[in-house]
Design a protein. Structure first.
Length: 596
């Protein structure tokens, strides 16, 4: 639940530890024309390349986010026409560095409007650097010490500090954290606090629109703390926002942190934002760190591990990074900008380093349709006939509106076109099961559908996912960079975050319950064996496997027919609970005989 929220004071800006002006020289390339920084912060040979990724010459302006050591960077790029001797273009960037102690991006976006304003002033005359001097004197940090996040964060806001792995040193009680709810939008955005105009979270609805059902397999890869590389084209601002969003959506909610093993991955996926060829040595160091962590024995020394070697997510415009397949686990290729005008929807491509394409499951597609309905309607979902009948018979548990009765004919936004290329085809087992259940018991098939629908309804319950009454466009945002959106307009973004945190909680708590039950059974059996033998026995080094049946997979919200979801459950059990899992997927049984 670590969305980086600003203070409710509009003038509260994070102090900066570096400010610089970069211009493009026809002979020397990108050059730092002006700079100021705190001691021990190196800028030369670093920020020029991080601030100006390849391909920016094709766009007029852009905002680039990056990470440099313990600091978050933000640069505002401007490209203006010029004389022929300057290759018909003048390109400059004004950038800052902010300590990462303030969050994933150091809340650097609060300076974005002013950086763009200064860049537009300096593009006409690069010698008028007094505006930079004034900005530096006003906002520079006075020492190199890390700020006190508790003093700058609004009450009850989930401040993002430097995260370590979630670790517990003692065995938890079985009831621990069961009464703690998943993160809700109201907890993420306290009353009276606002998202600033350039906050990356504003791109969350656009993220879901861009990836469609693919958002769910990407979310699962992020939960497993994979190394995720997004290749894109300039401009990179939106993709940098997507990096931030995916890092936030895959956070481990505090409500379940106490349920996990001491060797669990970090609470968040480390965002690197924009990277390039000059970051290859850093990625290679991270690869070596990940291999070392995989071979490190479980001990108290794990407490000292940071996020290095524990997964990351980044974007790049350098296609050469996609060729370094050993440096990443998941490659996401964004469609080119001109694909927006295509007659058919062009989806991003998600694949493994070996080129095996990752697709959404049939369950993901059904869940996405329900989520999309919630994003496009401000009213409550219509009530199904089954709900009406149950309510008339006095079943109070069924009086809530049902999301599940919504079909494509009820709303055209639910009819998602061109998904065949990104969704796994219906397996033969699932097809056989569907046909068999129709023949054997149509009522049982409807019951299964109702249970799935009720699970999706629970994920949406109480969330404000509908569009705001007065949505702000990108054009409006660019006109007034200092204006703040109201907290009411941000409820959709907060609802999306809460939705995915609930989904994460659903997966982890289901697995935790299974592990708890099995541990209780093992303890009882061990006690009985000791009484019978009358002596102590040495503990078996082999940890027994956790058995997960198809009903458990359904409770996690996953697809019982998808081998990829089965592999995901096995990996989650291993990474977050230190247990080996055996997953039994869906099957068709007749008279106790498994047909398929």
């Amino acid at each position: 639940m670590t969305l980086d929220l600003p203070s409710n004071q509009p003038d509260h800006l994070p102090p900066i530890c570096a400010l610089f002006l970069i211009y493009f020289d026809t002979r020397a390339g990108y050059t730092i024309a002006w700079k100021r920084s705190l001691p021990a912060i190196e800028l030369e040979g670093v920020v020029e390349y991080k601030s100006l990724p390849s391909g920016l010459h094709t766009v007029k302006e852009d905002l680039i986010y990056f990470v440099h050591e313990d600091n978050a960077g933000l640069s505002a790029f401007v490209n203006a026409p010029a004389a022929e001797e300057s290759r018909n273009a003048r390109m400059i960037a004004v950038g800052i560095l902010v300590p990462l102690s303030y969050g994933r991006l150091g809340r650097s976006w609060k300076h974005a409007g002013k950086l763009k304003e200064m860049a537009n002033q300096l593009i006409a005359d690069e010698s008028k650097t007094q505006v930079l001097e004034d900005f530096w004197e006003e906002h520079k940090a006075h020492d190199g010490s890390a700020p006190d996040v508790e003093n700058i964060s609004p009450p009850d806001s989930p401040a993002s500090i430097t995260f370590k792995s979630i670790r517990t040193t003692t065995k938890r009680p079985k009831s621990q954290a069961r009464n703690r709810s998943a993160s809700d939008g109201t907890a993420l955005l306290p009353p009276g606090h606002n998202l600033s105009a350039y906050h990356p979270a504003w791109s969350l609805p656009r993220l879901l629109e861009t990836f469609g059902p693919l958002i769910f397999p990407i979310h699962r890869a992020a939960l497993l703390r994979k190394r995720i590389l997004i290749t894109t084209h300039a401009p990179v601002e939106e993709t940098c926002n997507f990096v931030y969003d995916l890092s936030v959506l895959s956070n481990i909610p505090l409500a379940v942190s106490g349920l996990l093993a001491s060797t669990a991955p970090p609470q968040r996926l480390r965002p690197l934002f924009s990277i390039g060829v000059h970051d290859i040595p850093m990625l290679e160091d991270d690869l070596r760190a990940s291999k070392a962590a995989a071979t490190m024995p479980v001990s108290e020394d794990l407490e000292d591990l940071d996020e290095t070697g524990r997964g990351w997510i980044a974007c790049t415009t350098d296609s050469i990074l996609a060729m370094k397949s050993s440096l990443y686990d998941v490659l996401i290729t964004m469609p080119p900008p001109y694909s927006e005008e295509a007659a058919q929807k062009v989806w991003p491509k998600v694949e493994s380093p070996k080129g095996v394409e990752m697709k959404a499951t049939q369950r993901d597609l059904r869940r996405y349709r329900t989520l999309r309905w919630g994003l496009t309607h401000r009213v409550s979902p219509p009530t199904s006939p089954q709900t009406t009948r149950r309510a008339s018979t006095g079943d109070q548990s069924s009086e809530r509106p049902r999301v599940t009765s919504v079909s494509s004919r009820d709303g055209p936004m639910l009819d998602i076109p061109d998904t065949d290329s990104i969704v796994e085809p219906l397996s033969w087992s699932a097809l056989a099961y569907s046909g068999f259940m129709w023949w054997a018991s149509a009522g049982e098939q409807r019951l299964h559908s109702d249970e799935e629908s009720e699970a999706d309804e629970a994920l949406l319950s109480g969330l404000s996912l509908g569009p705001p009454k007065h949505p702000a466009s990108n054009k409006t945002r660019s006109v007034s960079s200092t204006s703040l959106k109201t907290d009411g307009a941000a409820r959709q973004e907060m609802g999306i975050i809460a939705y995915f945190h609930r989904l994460t909680t659903q997966i982890l708590t289901t697995l935790s319950d299974i592990v708890d039950v099995m541990d209780s059974d093992d303890e009882r059996e061990d006690g009985e064996r000791l009484l019978l033998n009358g002596r102590d026995e040495e503990d078996d080094d082999d940890v027994p496997a956790v058995y997960i049946n198809s009903a458990d997979v359904v409770r996690m919200g996953l697809d019982i027919w998808s081998p990829n979801d089965h592999a995901f459950v096995e990996e989650v059990a291993r990474e977050y609970f230190g247990r080996r899992a055996q997953v039994d997927g869906g099957s068709v049984n007749v008279c106790g005989i498994r047909i398929c």
